[in-house]
Design a protein around this ligand. Structure first.
Ligand code: THU
Length: 134
């Protein structure tokens, strides 16, 4: 699966975005270490605070289907480019401390960053101990 193919999957998922409040449509496609792809879109809510971002939609789908090792996620929005919000960076880091994030304005102009570049000193609890940025 190339970055371009993953990004195109994210674009397809973006079509299902439920955004009556922000009208800001986002799609994500998550590639796990077992070679599976889980897609997601943002799902807003009348309470606003209950809104779920596209990246977390895809992440929860993966984990609930048994894929816990994240390799790469592509993220797209309807206008310009987007990178995961702070909450999503932390959420992704839990299952992919070495994963990368693919983003860009379109499938022919993609960039790729490691999650650690987007979330320096990320927090993790493991075996009753916490790590910072390891
Ligand atoms: N959003 C995402 O889905 N992912 C991001 O990386 C940035 C923000 C959504 C949340 C909300 O539905 C809308 O974009 C505006 O914040």
């Amino acid at each position: 699966m190339t970055n371009k193919e993953l990004f195109l999957e994210a674009k397809r998922a973006m079509e299902n975005a439920y955004t009556p409040f922000s009208h800001f449509n986002v799609g994500a496609a998550l590639l796990t270490e077992d070679g599976k792809v889980y897609t997601g879109c943002n799902v807003e809510n009348s309470t606003l605070g209950a809104t779920v971002c596209a990246e977390r939609t895809a992440s929860v789908k993966a984990v609930s289907e048994g894929s816990r090792d994240f390799k790469k996620i592509a993220v797209v929005c309807h206008a310009g480019e987007v990178t995961p919000c702070g909450i999503c960076r932390q959420f992704l880091y839990e299952f992919g401390p070495s994963m990368t994030v693919v983003f860009g304005p379109d499938e022919d102009n993609l960039k790729e960053l490691n999650i650690k570049e987007l979330l320096p000193l990320g927090f993790r609890l493991e075996n009753d101990k916490h790590t910072i940025g390891e």
